[in-house]
Design a protein around this ligand. Structure first.
Ligand SMILES: *Cc1c(COP(=O)(O)O)cnc(C)c1O
Length: 356
């Protein structure tokens, strides 16, 4: 069985976790602090605040920017549902815009048309490990005074014009879910260059109270804390990140060499860290079943947000719909071997032949 994604765990993670168990480090402490500092350094931001997952990171980011009731946030129609859910859970309204046909990332030229007097922020999502055109997003955000909240859940290691994604906007968010480039099982982080914003996030994650030992809570907060056990796994993963990035780029390139109609197309200004490679076909469900019969697990792509049962609404999002109706996510992780990639491509070519 070739899995669509596998975490790559081993002795480094075991050693880190053993360290936690031997020292009774099972809630947030030294490992979380070190992990935050290392991630901030990697992403070239001043502050990083760890939390439970990417969704809570987005929620905290929105709250820290003061977004809530009556506000609108511009979100790409083609993304994981968490991007929009965080906006709704923060009390605001997500407004969807289409993505670009080639990169599958938000089309910056459509942002202006979606701005109203209620628009407070835009949320570029660096999908599939490729950066959004940040020059264009920065321009339009500047013109309309919008906050930029980057959903960088799939974008660790990615750069735009040599600058790491996640640090362009007012605040950026990472996810460390099991199938992301760097994993802690579940986990997330908020990135910012503003101390006040970082402290707001810390308070949100710590029941509104940063002082230990006194039950006086200055603000409203929740428990969004990461544990040292998670951070320990993250620290081990960080050591392997350069290898993981190389592997992911290599696997993606193999797919591109062996197959046609691959997405996303990569903008030259971006150093991408492939999260998934998509092949575009007439009937992705039929191909998915064919591959499953051959022991290859694949995933369909995100259902456009405007078609999600909860968000169901009218609107013209042709590129988002096209990606959904034709895209299939091929297996991609640092753990997959060249041989397995060849098997996937062979099976796809066989499908093409049979369906002719
Ligand atoms: C994974 C992901 C999230 C949410 O992260 P979780 O850690 O699963 O909560 C948000 N946005 C995008 C684009 C993602 O891929």
């Amino acid at each position: 069985m070739i899995r669509h994604s596998d975490p790559w765990l081993g002795d480094e993670e075991i050693a880190q976790l053993t360290d936690c168990i031997r020292n009774n480090w099972i809630t947030g402490g030294v490992k979380v602090k070190e992990f935050e500092e290392r991630i901030a350094e990697l992403c070239q931001v001043k502050r990083a605040v760890a939390c439970t997952n990417g969704t809570s990171a987005l929620f905290m980011a929105l709250k820290a920017m003061g977004i809530g009731q009556g506000d609108e946030v511009i979100v790409p129609d083609f993304t994981f549902v968490a991007s929009a859910n965080a906006v709704v859970l923060a009390g605001a309204k997500p407004v969807f815009v289409d993505v670009k046909e080639d990169t599958l990332n938000i089309d910056p030229s459509l942002i202006e048309g979606a701005v109203t007097e209620r628009t407070k922020a835009v949320m570029p999502v660096h999908l599939y490990g490729q950066s959004v055109d940040m020059d264009a997003v920065l321009d339009v955000a500047d013109d309309y005074g919008l906050y930029i909240i980057e959903d960088n859940a799939q974008g660790i290691g990615v750069t735009w014009d040599s600058v790491p994604t996640g640090g362009f906007g007012d605040i950026g968010c990472l996810s460390f879910y099991a199938d992301k480039t760097l994993t802690t099982g579940e986990g997330g982080m908020v990135l910012t260059n503003d101390d006040e914003t970082a402290d707001k996030c810390l308070r949100l994650a710590h029941q509104g109270n940063l002082g230990k030992g006194r039950y006086v809570h200055e603000t409203l907060g929740f428990n969004f804390r990461m544990t040292d056990l998670q951070a320990a796994v993250g620290l081990a993963q960080l050591e392997k990140l350069p290898i993981v990035i190389d592997r992911r780029r290599h696997v993606d390139q193999l797919y591109r060499d062996m197959l046609r109609t691959i997405r996303p197309k990569i903008d030259k200004r971006c150093f991408n860290v492939p999260y998934r490679t998509l092949v575009m076909v007439d009937d992705p469900e039929e191909l998915r079943l064919h591959l499953a019969e051959n022991g290859i697990e694949t995933r369909r792509v995100f259902c456009p947000l405007h078609q999600q049962p909860y968000y169901s609404q009218e609107g013209q999002y042709p590129n988002s719909v096209y990606a959904y109706e034709h895209g299939l996510q091929l297996p991609l992780s640092a753990a997959i071997t060249d041989k397995q990639v060849e098997m996937v491509c062979k099976s796809i070519k066989q499908y093409y032949k049979e369906s002719k």
